[in-house]
Design a protein around this ligand. Structure first.
Ligand SMILES: Cc1cc2nc3c(=O)[nH]c(=O)nc-3n(C[C@H](O)[C@H](O)[C@H](O)COP(=O)(O)OP(=O)(O)OC[C@H]3O[C@@H](n4cnc5c(N)ncnc54)[C@H](O)[C@@H]3O)c2cc1C
Length: 419
């Protein structure tokens, strides 16, 4: 496929590229200038985190791809909003993810070098937790098995290095220096921009209302048109239960609160001074980010933190109550007062984002049962998927175009819940 000449995202500012607002304007102008067909090699439903990456990898391989997004690109109603996402490799959820993470890091770097924009900020990540934490044990085991740099700090060293925290002396403190954060809005826009350059058609504001397989291909209907393709990739995030009835019993969508707060001393918590962090307290996992520069990455300006634990169940993402809740805010304030004593003066903003949880907290990346190899699904990212988007897109392109992937994804199969 011929490479389209579109605007270049490269710019030399200190934040590593265009602001999200600048990039948004440029990408949307490019999307409007693209002509639309009705027949494709592959259609991708949902151009959020995983779908944008799938479009990018498919288009790079010369495939005629159509990406259909019901909302804007990016938007705040799914799972990718909020300016930052942690990326780490010494994986506490399961060692089996590490090979995927190795490739995810590589692919994010490739996107950066192709676009001249920065999406990854290596802030380091500090893990705090009580002795006996199984999460920290898996972090240590992942690091050991895959030679991932991981430092173990004594309580004194931890206090010296991170005076912002007040950590109980019996807590373990681990530091993964090569971990950090990704900027989701910029990443998704860059993936879409590159996909467009490689000839993809991407439409936003066009919901898929029906899909099916017939005559050796797939048909996808939207309120505007009916499209046909050889293969279908479904990356619908919190809407996956609606599009994939077979997976509905396995996917539970929950609302998740995020807070941006004003700390006492702003400078001690900014990017370059303060790391990303993860703290386990009484079985609950809290995490947070340094303050990002204002106006560059989208989202509110302030010290961001959240609780990584499934929140209230949402039956329909279109009608979910996204308003701030006092009780959710209070949990975060109490946490700050206990562990980051100078971290809280007032709440600047609260937002709600959605998790799509599987029963075991692991993703589903597989062919959809009953459709041979025509329909590929990536769903159930259970609140920890963004860092993988760059490799999941590659895996989805493998599955759709090659019929198999060399990446180890057996543990993410859709039928693991059946037995
Ligand atoms: C508060 C919060 C914090 C998080 N923190 C981290 C973190 O630090 N690190 C990390 O790795 N991960 C994190 N995650 C998880 C990560 O963001 C998600 O796992 C990831 O974004 C899921 O990607 P997705 O593509 O499945 O969903 P999305 O990015 O939401 O994309 C799905 C897209 O499909 C579209 N769609 C759905 N149905 C249709 C349809 N019928 N027609 C057309 N389009 C459709 C939706 O509009 C949406 O844009 C966090 C998530 C939340 C909510």
């Amino acid at each position: 496929m011929e490479r389209r000449e579109l605007g270049n995202s490269t710019s030399g500012n200190a934040s590593g590229g265009q602001t999200v607002a600048e990039l948004y304007a440029q990408v949307h102008e490019s999307m409007e200038n693209v002509s639309a067909g009705l027949s494709y090699d592959v259609i991708v439903i949902g151009v959020g985190s995983m779908g944008a990456s799938a479009c990018y990898h498919l288009a790079k391989r010369g495939c005629r791809v159509l990406g259909l997004e019901q909302h804007d690109i990016p938007h705040e109603l799914g799972s990718h909003a909020g300016q930052s996402r942690i990326i780490r490799k010494a994986y506490g959820e399961a060692i089996g993810y590490v090979p995927l993470l190795e490739r995810a890091y590589e692919n994010w770097r490739t996107l950066e070098s192709e676009t001249g924009s920065r999406v990854y900020y290596e802030t380091g990540l500090t893990y705090f937790g009580p002795p006996g934490s199984s999460f920290l044990q898996t972090v240590r085991e992942s690091a050991e098995k895959h030679q991932i740099p991981l430092e173990h700090l004594s309580p004194e060293a931890c206090r010296r290095k991170y005076p912002q925290f007040d950590i109980p002396a019996h807590f373990e403190c681990l530091v993964e220096p090569e971990a950090g954060l990704l900027t989701p809005e910029r990443s998704i826009l860059l993936l879409v921009q590159e996909a467009l350059k490689h000839g993809a058609d991407i439409h936003c504001g066009e919901p898929v209302v029906e899909w099916g397989c017939q005559d050796g291909g797939v048909t996808v209907r939207t309120p505007r048109k009916t499209y046909r393709a050889g293969k279908l990739v479904i990356t619908a995030g919190a809407w996956a239960p609606h599009l994939l009835p077979a997976l509905t019993p396995r996917l539970q969508v929950t609302r998740q609160a995020l807070a941006w707060v004003q700390p006492e001393d702003w400078e001690r918590f900014t990017l370059g001074t303060f790391p990303c962090w993860h703290l386990e307290h009484k079985g609950y996992h809290f995490y947070g980010f340094p303050i990002m520069p204002d106006g560059t990455f989208g989202g509110p300006h302030g010290l961001k933190l959240a609780l990584h634990h499934p929140g209230e169940v949402v039956t329909d993402p279109d009608t979910a109550d996204r308003g701030p809740r006092k009780a959710e805010e209070q949990v975060l304030i109490e946490f700050l007062e206990k562990f980051l004593p100078k971290g809280y003066v007032r709440t600047l903003e609260m937002k709600t984002c959605l998790y799509t949880n599987t029963p075991d907290g692991h993703f589903v990346v597989d062919y959809l049962k009953g459709y041979g190899k025509d329909v590929v699904v990536a769903a159930g990212f259970s609140g920890h998927g963004f860092k993988f988007a760059s490799v999941i897109g590659e895996v989805l392109a493998d599955l759709a175009l090659e019929g198999a992937t060399p990446f180890p994804i057996d543990f993410l199969s859709a039928d693991r819940f059946d037995s």
